[in-house]
Design a protein around this ligand. Structure first.
Ligand code: GUN
Length: 294
């Protein structure tokens, strides 16, 4: 049996359409156009590609987008000054500083400088803490996208055995919290876990977010389980061509899994759609309006 493919591209297009509808409603009813500021430091080509995509998608959904490009040599003080300006600008509801940042800049300091109510990445310690406590918060976009993709296959995650492979602050840790919030039983496996294949084999849902190409193999997966692949790894094949592959050995895992996300076209597009949804939520937050269901 071959696994069902989870269509991240299609689900992202659907979510973006909902976001666009919500933007039209906010403009018409409240004269409120959500605005997203994206800050890119330096010229990392992968970061530049993400930022270009975010800009295009936010414009398509009717939001305002503000691009700020700073040279890789910028000082921490200059970046913090820009963030202070964006925090104080009422036309900006969401601020995203693309990571990674160059070594002269303390990323934690930058993350903490963003107004928590404009923190559409959900990286600020206040939002991380609120997520941990199960309080309303802006949650990180990639984990939100993973939950939405999992729920295409499992409308309810209650009682599901979920294993998250990876414990990053951006994906693994917040995803574990979101899964707990959905009443799943959650295990977080990582590079020091004693027997990852055995831990994964009991899972109904495996989310691979370790940043290692092809890490998750066929014998890690219980037949019929759902597999969500967060990995975006650039590899060179035998012909010397560059390709993007996930953290899952896709060809072999799709033969045992019940459902699987492709790379590209799985989690990636959902992340950007969730960023737009978070920006609409942040705009509502700023105006004291109820949060839309997105
Ligand atoms: N770099 C890689 N992923 C992300 C993300 O989700 N947000 C930001 N700001 N930078 C990233």
């Amino acid at each position: 049996m071959t696994a069902r493919l989870i269509d991240g591209k299609g689900a992202a297009a659907e979510l973006r359409a909902k976001v666009a509808g919500e933007v039209r409603r906010l403009v018409a009813a409240h004269g409120l156009t959500p605005g997203l500021a994206v800050v890119l430091v330096g010229d990392n080509p992968a970061s530049a590609a993400y930022v270009a995509s975010k800009k295009k998608m936010s414009a398509q959904s009717g939001m305002l987008s503000f691009d700020h490009r700073l040279p890789g040599s910028v000082s921490e003080a200059e970046l913090l000054a820009l963030i202070a300006k964006l925090n104080g600008d009422p036309s900006i509801h969401g601020i995203l500083v693309q990571l990674p940042l160059p070594p002269q800049i303390d990323a934690n300091k930058v993350i903490e400088a963003v107004d928590p109510n404009k923190d559409v990445d959900g990286f600020h310690p206040l939002n991380a803490g609120r997520l941990l406590l199960g309080l309303p918060s802006l949650a990180p976009c990639t984990p939100l996208g993973c939950i939405k993709l999992a729920r295409i296959v499992h409308p309810s995650l209650v009682g599901l055995e979920a294993v998250v492979v990876g414990r990053s602050n951006i994906v693994g840790k917040p995803l574990a919290q979101l899964l707990i919030g959905q009443n799943a039983t959650v295990t977080v496996a990582h590079s020091k876990t004693r027997d990852i294949p055995m831990v994964c084999r009991r899972a109904d849902l495996v989310v691979a977010a370790a940043g290692r190409a092809g890490l998750v193999r066929r014998d890690w997966i219980k037949p019929g389980a759902t597999v969500i692949d967060v990995g975006i790894n650039r590899v060179t094949d035998e012909g010397g061509r560059h390709r993007i592959v996930g953290d899952v050995a896709f060809a072999e895992v799709r033969e045992v899994a019940g459902a699987i996300t492709p790379v590209p076209g799985g989690v990636g597009p959902m992340t950007i759609a969730c960023l737009l949804a978070n920006t609409v939520k942040a705009a509502c937050l700023s105006a004291g309006l109820p949060q839309p269901e997105l």
